[in-house]
Design a protein around this ligand. Structure first.
Ligand code: DAH
Length: 350
């Protein structure tokens, strides 16, 4: 029984050497298990004479308690270590910036699109929409731009390998102007009775949309955006065109120091036609005339293609590039930036 102290010391050392709960339980079995050292000692008590049993039993019990205490201490230590390791591995550094999902921003060109719709809605214009794959008739002929007319060469066109009912190739619309004709014809059909009696409600519409031309450099992209404006009534004049477009520019740029001029030009679908130029009286572009729109009084042939009598109905149309307006508003110098998808550029419009 003298070796009981070293038995406890040996068990304590074995427990300390167990690096994980499973090996600790193995070590425990060697002392406290069915055939463990303590259990064997207990069994050997039976062979002792009664007067020695008591004393020996008490000593073995004390040793057993010592071993159990060492076991529990080691169990706790292992559990603590395990928890500490887990906490360390799952640690969250709350001071790190979060991996937030960035909120998107509205593309600058779309932003102009929306602003333009709002500005024109505030003066009673509807917003039209139409196909980007257009027929030859709507894109050219209806706009007084017949086949073989030299004006067609003004635009290099993407054709689609598919023919319309007239046997002509479809094309990607080269401008939003075909929507003048589509919208006007739908309007005329809707108000047929009033058209006949000469009191058709006025046509007032803008049509923003994607347009396509074979063109690509710092100021041209094969896909770009325009918006078309059309106002047709009994006595809509060129003066109305000037006031509407000028008012639009002031609203769009949110500044008053803008000078506008209408420079005689040519478009097959208007007569007279004018290029609209504007100039800022201040800022980096001060004093430079900037071409901003094509416009004019709608040509009688086009009015006829709306389904209206040009002797009764007159009005004006205009078309502007959305990219161009957006570049001027935000001081963007290369149009390609709009289509490269570079977040460093786009996020500046947040
Ligand atoms: N469609 C012309 C273009 O893309 C722009 C234009 C000019 C539209 C005069 C019009 C207009 O409505 O009257 O170059």
């Amino acid at each position: 029984m003298d070796n009981l102290d070293s038995l406890v010391a040996g068990a304590t050392a074995d427990f300390a050497a167990a690096a994980d709960p499973a090996s600790l339980e193995d070590a425990k079995a060697r002392y406290l298990g069915k055939s463990g050292r303590i259990t064997e000692l207990m069994k050997s008590l039976a062979a002792l004479p009664p007067e020695q049993k008591r004393e020996a039993g008490a000593k073995i019990n004390a040793a057993k308690q010592g071993i159990e205490a060492a076991l529990n201490a080691r169990r706790q230590a292992l559990a603590d270590a395990q928890l500490a390791a887990r906490l360390a591995s799952e640690a969250i550094d709350v001071t790190l910036p979060g991996r937030a999902r960035g909120a998107g921003v509205i593309h600058p060109v779309m932003r102009s699109w929306m602003r333009i719709e709002e500005i024109f809605a505030s003066i009673g214009f509807d917003v039209g929409d139409g196909p980007e794959i257009e027929t030859d008739w709507y894109n050219f002929s209806a706009l007084n731009n017949p086949e073989n007319h030299p004006a067609r060469s003004m635009q290099d066109t993407f054709y689609v390998d598919m023919k319309d009912a007239d046997g002509r190739l479809l094309c990607l619309r080269t401008h939003t102007s075909p929507m003048q004709v589509r919208y006007a014809r739908a309007h005329v059909a809707k108000h047929a009775a009033q058209v006949a009696s000469g009191d058709m409600p006025e046509i007032r519409v803008i049509v923003p949309g994607r347009t396509y031309r074979v063109d690509s450099d710092a100021t041209h992209s094969p896909m770009f955006h325009q918006f078309e404006g059309l106002w047709i009534g009994r006595d809509v004049s060129f003066a109305d065109l000037k006031s509407v477009y000028t008012a639009f520019l002031h609203a769009f740029f949110e500044r008053d120091d803008i000078v506008v001029r209408f420079r005689p030009s040519y478009f097959p679908f208007t007569e007279p036609s004018a290029e609209v130029d504007m100039m800022f009286e201040d800022g980096p572009l001060k004093g430079r005339w900037l071409e901003i729109a094509g416009s004019g009084q709608v040509h009688p042939t086009v009015v006829r293609n709306y389904g209206l009598d040009p002797e009764q109905y007159v009005g004006f149309a205009f078309g502007s590039g959305l990219e161009r307006l957006t570049m001027l508003r935000y001081g963007v110098e290369d149009l390609r930036l709009f289509f490269e998808g570079d977040l460093r550029f786009l996020e500046q419009f947040r």
